[in-house]
Each structure stands twice: as structure tokens, then as C-alpha cells.
Design a binder for this molecule. Structure first.
Ligand SMILES: Cc1cc2nc3c(=O)[nH]c(=O)nc-3n(C[C@H](O)[C@H](O)[C@H](O)COP(=O)(O)OP(=O)(O)OC[C@H]3O[C@@H](n4cnc5c(N)ncnc54)[C@H](O)[C@@H]3O)c2cc1C
Length: 630
């Protein structure tokens, strides 16, 4: 089995020089950052190595698109694991968003298949989960869409016997996916047997074959590449501090911290974070887009996922400014009572797309069914949750519908924009973090029939249920061929929790920073007990995904995107870095305390109070201080 490994040269966001900050604008001068191989691509390298190992005929081809200097990352890759390489470089490709990048890479892959693999389709396209600069995770699914092949997202492990099988994080749990046809695109979330570049391998890499191709060499159409082919454009860049969820107050004395927490705790409501309200008026002007505002409704157990209800609330607010209706698209086997739930939470119309193949999530049938309805009915906005399913599905739907997509938005507004004398009225302004959270960017869609975005869970509030609301239900039965599913899927671990941590008023959550299971129990339970006693409420211990993978707690106690979403009055994060997938499950907490030895840990961006220090010291100090303060 051959492998094409997609790699990218990115700015080194882990090492930002002081002078790279533009203090006036509060943004980063990207040109002053070093260029490195996207760190997450290293996982792809070792993953691909496991696929090709043991097959003497297997070829490895590294593919990157970028400026001529991107050749360096290809040399770096070949030094770590031998192979050929293709550098796709051309001025015309510059300024590409994910849509035009995916198109250009797909054209290069077609040529690799023809010439380097002699027409063989027995290959896997492997990439890192996302790039640290763009962070969108959109290119691999859009590439799969262009090539008309399947994609396996968030792969963690691979076995080649008896058949090539990927273990991955799916929408409902961990699962084993065995593709039944090739090629297939695989994005890798973790594969830790990192390959290092040796002296001899680095020397040998200098004589390896690097094919340098331009846009014409891969027969790319000029109106589909670079800026011209892009469907989104950055409208504004600003500092995250303008948009930061919380301003963290650093405290060094545990007793002082507890006094502050106690004072805030008494005032806290225990409910979700404040709902951002914007305002906008068309004032009789003709808007640039017309049509309904839609959300994709995801199912969870017997109900609707809370992020889908959060999107309904936001869509209602935006639709009111434009005088339009809100639609919810529900792919399912049979909608049953779910349509009523969506209407009660704000949908004016539910498009229930019913088919047996839509009973469980599979990207290609879901994409085919939803994209057909979008193309037929032309909503002006389509929102998806930035969940495992949404992040896999939205890029493919956007690509299939010729539309731009902005990933992981934290803010959505309706506004106007004038550029070159041309006024855009009532458009969707989509704000998201970029460059590893170091800047915020507001993005707008261009040259697209529908403005599409994914939104992180927990950013907006679930609107109250109003059973008296009425709405229409449109039943759609798509024609879906059984062979749209290109893989056998075997569930391994379900993400449905058997334990409820949502009702706890206080949650002490531990992460990978804790070194062992016995430390986890020894440190966190006493802290939970003493804080519970001090504040007079029940406290529970929970965990990050990494801590669950370390075996400190079962998945039932996991907080985050693939765990539970919690909103306690007090959330204490101990040894947790603050990955987006974790934060999306706890950011609605009233008061957040973070304990971390790394002062730059992202969790502090979401905390009210922080202590920088070794948890081995800080946690017992806090426990004692809480016992004394009782
Ligand atoms: C599809 C998908 C879904 C996911 N879903 C979830 C989810 O639901 N929930 C979730 O949590 N993650 C989820 N993840 C994983 C997520 O991306 C992160 O890998 C995970 O949250 C990291 O866990 P962590 O913060 O405990 O570990 P790390 O990221 O390893 O962080 C450990 C932290 O501990 C600190 N530390 C180390 N030693 C000490 C010490 N002695 N004292 C103080 N601090 C110390 C370090 O500075 C670091 O910040 C998901 C990932 C994917 C791809």
C-alpha cells in the first residue's frame, strides 16, 4: 500500500519573538516567525510508516504546497523517513483558503497517481489532524470530496493485518474503520513513535527526488486556485485580549485565592456564560443574501445535541435582524419527536431527511443527503457544531455546495462591509482564533451561494424550550445507494456516559499533568471534599481526555467535546493544558481556577483565577487552606 503524506510549512507559534508582536494593532507579524514543519504532521509520518512497513513495493511520497522555501520541510521529512517528494509551488497558488488549497492538492495527487504510482489506486493519503497556523482541519475532508473518496478523521492507531484498519475517535465513540476501497484520506490525531532525522539520513535526503510542479503542471484551472479560487476572505485581524472569554487574575497565595473564589462563588448563578447580544438593522436596504438561516441538527441518544440547540438560538437572533426564517436540517432514519424538539427550541421549519443509511454517521451518505437539500433550497447561512461529526461533514458539504466555510467560530454577527466601492449588506461576519490562538480573525464568505461556519460547543446559550412554538416539518427521502459507505465500522468504546457529573456545583478536573492514578486519587479527592465543605455544595472529580487515556478515570468522567459538557459554579482545572476540545466542555462554568506549571498554558485564557506552580505542591496547599477556611 503506497502513502502520500501531506505536510505543511507553518510559522513556529511555540516560539514567538518579542518583536513579532505589533503592540499597536495587537496582532502578530507573521513574517518574523521561524518556519517549521507543522508539528502535527510528525504524527502522520510515523503513522504512514506503520502502513508501508513490511511492504517492499510500497512507495512514500511527501506532498506540500507553498513557497519555494517549503522545500525545507520536504527535506526534513525525507531525513526522518525516506521517500520521494512533490513541491507544488506557484505564485498563482498564493493566498489560497481551504477550498482552493484542497483543489490544488487534489490535482497534484491525480498526477502522483498517474505518474509515480503508475495508475495504481492502492494508496492512503495521510495528514496531520490540522495545521497549527490555520487550525481548521478542513483541507483533508475537502480534498477527499474533490477526489470523491472516503475520509477517516482523528485516527489514533493503525493495524495492517488481517486488513488495513484504523482506530479513530468517531462521533459517538472510538471505532475501528476498515476501508473497503482505496484511496482513502486519513487524518491522524496521535501517533507518538516520532521519527528523528539522523546525520546520514539528512545527508542522503539532499540527493532524494523532489519534483517541483506549478499550477499548469497539475492542470489546475486558474479561476480555482489561490486567492481567485478562495471562498473566504479575512476581513479583520485583532488581538485575542479584545475577545478573550475571561481575564485571568494570577494569585500566588492559596488562602488568598480561596477568599476570592468564595466571594465570587456566593454571587454566581451556576448558569451558562452571559449570552452575547448584538444588534443590526437593514433599514430598508437590500441585503446581499436572501433565504433562510439553517443549522445542522445532530442527534445524541434520544434527543438533539446541545450544540445544535445553541446554534438554533444564535440563528434565531441573526434571522430576526434579517427578517428571515430559521431552518434545522435533521439527517436521520426517522425524525419521530425530534422535529418537535427543534421547533420548541427555535426552528421555523425542520427538514427531516429520512433514510436507513442515515441511522448512524457516515460522511459520504450524510454529505450527499444534506448537500442535495442545500443546493436545492439555497439557505443564506448554514451553521454546524464544531463536533467530530460537524468538523468532518461541514467541509465536505461546503465544498460540494461551492461555498466558503469558517471553522471553529467563537462569534457570529450580521454586519455590512464595503470594499472597492462595493457594499455588502447584512452578511455573516465570522470570528475565530487563528495561529494557535495568538490572533483573532473575522472572516467573511465570498463568491458562495451559502455562508457556512462551524461553531464550538458551549459558545452560545441553549434557548429556552417553548412547547407552544409552531413550525413546519418537511420530510425528504433521499436516494442513497448502499455503496456510498466505503468502510466497515466496528465500535470500540462508546462516548455515552453512564455517570452524571453535570449536576455537580463544584468540579475538580485533573489532566495529564498528574503523574499517576494514585496521585490523581491522592490529590484530587481531598481537594474536592475540602472545597465542597468550605462552599457548602457537592463536589465531584472529573478528568481530561488525556487523563482518561492515562487510565486515571473512566470515560464516564471525561469533560469536553467527546465527554460531558458541564457548567458548575466552580471548575478547578489541575494539570490541564486547555485544548479546545476540553475547553468546549467547561467554558460555561461560572468560576474557573487553573493550576498549571506553564504560565503560557491556554487554560489560563479561560480561567478567572490562576496559580502557576507545581500541582504536587499547590494542590495540598489549597486543600489545607480550604480545610482551615471552613
Ligand atoms: C476529536 C477529538 C476529541 C477530543 N475530545 C476531548 C475531550 O472531550 N476532552 C478533553 O479533555 N480532550 C479531548 N481531546 C484531546 C485534547 O485535544 C487534548 O489532547 C487533551 O485535552 C489534553 O489533555 P490534558 O490537558 O490533560 O493534557 P496535556 O495537553 O498533556 O496537558 C498537561 C498539562 O499539565 C501541565 N503540567 C504538567 N506537569 C505539571 C505539574 N507538575 N504541575 C502543574 N502542571 C503540570 C502542563 O503544563 C500541561 O499544560 C480530543 C481530541 C480530539 C482529536
Amino acid at each position: 500500500m503506497h502513502c502520500i503524506i501531506l505536510v505543511k510549512q507553518v510559522p513556529d507559534v511555540s516560539n514567538i519573538p518579542e518583536d513579532a508582536w505589533d503592540r499597536e494593532k495587537g496582532t502578530l507579524r507573521r513574517g518574523l516567525l521561524d518556519s517549521v514543519l507543522n508539528p502535527l504532521d510528525l504524527h502522520a509520518l510515523s503513522f504512514a510508516r506503520r502502513i508501508t512497513a513490511g511492504d517492499p513495493d510500497a512507495k512514500t511520497v511527501y506532498l506540500t504546497m507553498g513557497p519555494p522555501q517549503a522545500r525545507d520541510v520536504l527535506l526534513d521529512c525525507i531525513s526522518r523517513a525516506p521517500g520521494e517528494a512533490v513541491l507544488l509551488t506557484d505564485r498563482a497558488l498564493g493566498g489560497a483558503d481551504t477550498v482552493s488549497t484542497a483543489y490544488s492538492l487534489a490535482q497534484a495527487i491525480r498526477r502522483i497517481e498517474r505518474e509515480l504510482f503508475a495508475g495504481s489506486r492502492e494508496y492512503v493519503i495521510v495528514s496531520g489532524m490540522q495545521s497549527v497556523d490555520g487550525d481548521t482541519a478542513q483541507v483533508p475532508p475537502q480534498l477527499a470530496e474533490d477526489l470523491g473518496v472516503d475520509q477517516v478523521a482523528y485516527a489514533q492507531d493503525v493495524h495492517t493485518e488481517p486488513a488495513l484498519t484504523f482506530r479513530r475517535i468517531g462521533a459517538a465513540g472510538t471505532e475501528d474503520v476498515t476501508p473497503t476501497r482505496f484511496p482513502v484520506v486519513v487524518t491522524v490525531t496521535a501517533c507518538t513513535d516520532t521519527l528523528y532525522a539522523g546525520f546520514h539520513a539528512t545527508r542522503a535526503a539532499r540527493s532524494a527526488t523532489i519534483h517541483t510542479w506549478g499550477a499548469a503542471d497539475v492542470e489546475a484551472k486558474s479561476d480555482r486556485v489561490g486567492l481567485k479560487g478562495s471562498r473566504t476572505t479575512v476581513y479583520r485581524i485583532f488581538s485575542p485580549s479584545e475577545d478573550r472569554a475571561k481575564q485571568c487574575e494570577m494569585v500566588s497565595d492559596p488562602a488568598d485565592l480561596l477568599r476570592k473564589v468564595q466571594a465570587k462563588y456566593r454571587l454566581a448563578s451556576g448558569g451558562p456564560a452571559a449570552h452575547e447580544e448584538g444588534s443590526y438593522a437593514l433599514d430598508g436596504r437590500e441585503p446581499s443574501y436572501r433565504g433562510e438561516l439553517w443549522i445542522l441538527a445532530e442527534r445524541e441518544g434520544d434527543g438533539i445535541k446541545s450544540v445544535s440547540l445553541e446554534l438554533l438560538g444564535k440563528a434565531r437572533e441573526l434571522a430576526a435582524f434579517l427578517g428571515e426564517r430559521v431552518g434545522a436540517v435533521l439527517p436521520c432514519e426517522t425524525a419521530g419527536d425530534l422535529s418537535a424538539e427543534l421547533i420548541a427550541h427555535g426552528a421555523d421549519v425542520v427538514y427531516a431527511i429520512e433514510h436507513p443509511l442515515l441511522a448512524t454517521f457516515s460522511p459520504v451518505p450524510f454529505k450527499s443527503a444534506v448537500a442535495a437539500v442545500v443546493r436545492e433550497r439555497h439557505p443564506q447561512v448554514m451553521l454546524f457544531g464544531a463536533t467530530p461529526m460537524g468538523r468532518e461533514l461541514a467541509p465536505r458539504i461546503a465544498y460540494a455546495c461551492d461555498s466558503g466555510l469558517t471553522a471553529d467560530c467563537t462569534k457570529l454577527e450580521i454586519g455590512d462591509h464595503t470594499k472597492g466601492g462595493h457594499a455588502l449588506i447584512g452578511i455573516l461576519k465570522q470570528t475565530r482564533p487563528a495561529l494557535g490562538g495568538n490572533i483573532m480573525a473575522t472572516i467573511m464568505t465570498k463568491d458562495s451561494p451559502t455562508q457556512m461556519a462551524t461553531v464550538r460547543p458551549g459558545v452560545f446559550k441553549v434557548p429556552p424550550r417553548e412547547d407552544s412554538r409552531t413550525g413546519d416539518v418537511v420530510r425528504i427521502t433521499p436516494e442513497l445507494a448502499a455503496d456510498l459507505v466505503g468502510a466497515q465500522v466496528t465500535p470500540v468504546e462508546s462516548f455515552v456516559s453512564k455517570v452524571n457529573i453535570r449536576d455537580a456545583k463544584i468540579i475538580i478536573s485533573g489532566g495529564h499533568g498528574i503523574r499517576s492514578r494514585s496521585d490523581f486519587d491522592r490529590l484530587l479527592q481531598p481537594l474536592a471534599d475540602s472545597l465542597g465543605d468550605m462552599l457548602g455544595d457537592g463536589a465531584k472529580v472529573a478528568a481530561s481526555r488525556h487523563a482518561v487515556e492515562d487510565g486515571y478515570r473512566s470515560h464516564d468522567y471525561q469533560v469536553g467535546q467527546t465527554g460531558q459538557t458541564v457548567a458548575p459554579k466552580l471548575y478547578v482545572a489541575v494539570g490541564i493544558s486547555g485544548a479546545v476540545q476540553h475547553v468546549s466542555g467547561m467554558q460555561m462554568s461560572d468560576t474557573v481556577v487553573a493550576i498549571n506549571k506553564d504560565p503560557r498554558a491556554r487554560i489560563f485564557n479561560y480561567a478567572d483565577f490562576g496559580i502557576v506552580g507545581d500541582l504536587e505542591t499547590v494542590v495540598p496547599q489549597l486543600t489545607r487552606a480550604a480545610q482551615e477556611a471552613k
